[in-house]
Design a binder for this molecule. Structure first.
Ligand code: TPP
Ligand code: MG
Length: 283
């Protein structure tokens, strides 16, 4: 696995870690306000999404449809609190709007809806479908000679979907080296451990056999995340899969690796405890 990179400036990493803490706080706060939504898989990917939105992606909140922008597709669409938090903190929408999560007429529905909100490139929620959309976007970029990169984030339970593997085969066939798929390998789905429900290991060798380049990282090590995302950006003739080993619910002790926090809202007391832990830098 890619570990701490001594070359990585400390300030850059510390700043991204602070952004990840802010994202985590907003995840817990908006799911608490809605009394509905997905904390676990949002918290497990907060570090990855912070690195993307505050460092890696070539995007401009003032021009959300900017030509040549990098694309991000949240294929595990149920984890949209992490995306909404990143978009708000990056300036795409007011942070106060996050408290409208899942309300009637809100732009922040329980799964991301592309036309509703600037900065969302794909409507997702049916597992596996976002990955296919990302493959299509990367293919279009190849065919038109556009130079941007398409990133997509999948859950490990999502790998059970057959269409993931159809999309993986297509991406390799079309040599989509402008496509980066990140697997949030938290080993939990909604109903239990991913390895029990459908054993998919060896995930790395599966993607390699599909002719992908594979990078494995510790998904809460910001330096490792940034190093992997930077190296994934280099064109190699193959699509890149980053397998990020994470903890579901990361940053909140009573949510970590707990199946019930896949889709449960915190009470007032739980929210206060969670936010205190996040502010204390537990993550
Ligand atoms: C096609 C499809 N089947 C079932 C669901 C219901 N569902 C929502 S989340 C989830 C579990 C996803 O687990 P994983 O991909 O590991 O996500 P994470 O652990 O990152 O939250 C399921 C089965 C769905 N959204 N789409
Ligand atoms: Mg999972």
């Amino acid at each position: 696995m890619t570990g701490n990179n001594p070359e990585m400036p400390v300030g850059r990493i510390a700043s991204l870690e602070a952004h990840a803490r802010d994202i985590r706080r907003e995840i817990v706060s908006m799911v608490h306000a809605a009394q509905s939504g997905h904390c676990g898989g949002s918290l497990s990917s907060a570090d990855i999404v912070a690195a993307l939105y505050f460092d890696i992606l070539n995007i401009d909140p003032a021009r959300p449809r900017m030509a040549g922008r990098d694309r991000f597709v949240l294929s595990k669409g149920h984890a949209c609190p992490v995306l909404y938090a990143a978009l708000a903190l990056r300036g795409y929408l007011p942070v106060e709007e996050l408290s409208t999560l899942r309300r009637n007429s809100s732009r922040l529905q329980g799964h991301p809806v592309a036309p509703y909100l600037p900065g969302i490139d794909a409507t997702t929620g049916s597992l596996g479908m976002g990955f296919g959309q990302a493959v299509g976007m990367a293919l279009e970029a190849k065919m038109t000679g556009a130079g941007h990169t398409v990133y997509t984030l999948l859950g490990d339970g999502e790998l059970d979907e057959g269409l993931v593997w159809e999309a993986a085969a297509s991406a390799a066939k079309f040599k989509l080296d402008n496509l980066v798929a990140i697997i949030d390998r938290n080993n939990l789905q909604n109903d239990g451990y991913a390895d029990d429900i459908m054993p998919m290991e060896p995930i790395d060798r599966k993607f390699e056999a599909f002719n992908w380049r594979v990078i494995k990282i510790e998904g809460h090590d910001m330096s490792a995340i940034v190093t992997a995302l930077e190296s994934a950006r280099t064109r190699s003739g193959k699509p890149t899969c980053i397998i990020a080993h994470t903890v579901k619910g990361k940053g909140v002790s009573f949510m970590e690796d707990r199946r019930e926090w896949h889709g449960k809202a915190p009470s007032d007391e739980e929210k206060a405890k969670a936010c205190a832990e996040i502010a204390g830098g537990r993550s």
